[in-house]
Design a protein around this ligand. Structure first.
Ligand code: 1GP
Length: 254
């Protein structure tokens, strides 16, 4: 079964998913073994690798080191075409739908095709929405696009739905790495109500409570990077025996 089908079956089983985001510019490869010991004791189900930039081309080296250490699926979450390597299991093929910069809507994607078509990476089309997280984040700086304000829920929903109509297999609500305010519960639940594809939420989630809030509002997969980078003890609060489940099905929420 491929990664996407596994995500779908987890959702059917009412399991919640957690991706640990590893930024190749921030992780010290010598610490990968000890870092992953903690990852494996936790409820983490996926590893995302990526960052807004990768000036020193560290992505491939990082993915190779991670693949030696884990059996969890490793998905590229690239900031640009330079961050693609065939060594991962799959790639979130992102289009920054909240922005109006053609480079991140379609240009980078076209540039990646000659490489991607010769790899075995599972390509997962992902509608990517940058939502205001209270601080100017790297995604905003690098993509030169404006995030959608959280008060503008109608625009967020319509953008997510446009992604679904265009054929995205996932929708990713992104408050940006290190966001002050994660995507609000109300936004997650209103988007989840409208779409029939798995929903990813990330950016600024630093506590078990914020994680549970995201799950209970309808996030199927939550992405956490900064909180683990800054405090590996956070993994202890997310031990495997405490794996969270969907509180309500989509139909129950309606
Ligand atoms: C950023 O959504 C991810 O792209 C995770 O954000 O680093 O704030 O956890 P944090």
């Amino acid at each position: 079964m491929n990664i996407y089908q596994n995500i779908q079956s987890s959702i059917e089983r009412r399991e919640k998913l957690l991706a640990v985001l590893i930024d190749p510019e921030k992780i010290d490869l010598n610490t990968i073994a000890s870092f992953f010991k903690k990852v494996h004791q936790s409820i983490a189900t996926h590893i995302f690798v990526g960052g807004s930039t990768d000036i020193d081309f560290l992505t491939e080296k990082t993915v190779v080191a991670i693949k030696k250490t884990t059996h969890l699926p490793v998905l590229l979450f690239p900031g640009d075409v330079q961050q693609i390597t065939s060594k991962a299991d799959g790639i979130l093929f992102l289009s920054l739908l909240s922005g109006r910069n053609p480079t991140y809507l379609i240009e980078q994607q076209i540039q990646s095709v000659p490489f991607l078509k010769n790899t075995d990476l599972e390509i997962i089309s992902t509608g990517y929405l940058l939502i205001d997280g209270g601080v100017k984040t790297a995604v905003q700086n690098v993509s030169n696009t404006k995030p959608i304000l959280q008060k503008n829920s109608e625009l967020i929903v319509n953008t997510a739905l446009a992604g679904a109509f265009l054929g995205s297999k996932l929708i990713y609500l992104e408050a940006g790495s290190g966001a002050k305010t994660p995507v609000k519960k109300e936004i997650i639940s209103v988007v989840k109500k409208e779409i029939n594809i798995p929903l990813i939420v990330g950016g600024g989630i630093r506590s078990k409570k914020q994680l549970d809030d995201a799950y209970n509002s309808g996030a199927d997969l939550v992405v956490i990077g900064t909180a683990f980078e800054q405090n590996e003890d956070f993994f202890n609060e997310l031990k495997k025996d405490k794996r969270p489940f969907h509180s309500k099905t989509k139909d129950e929420r309606l």
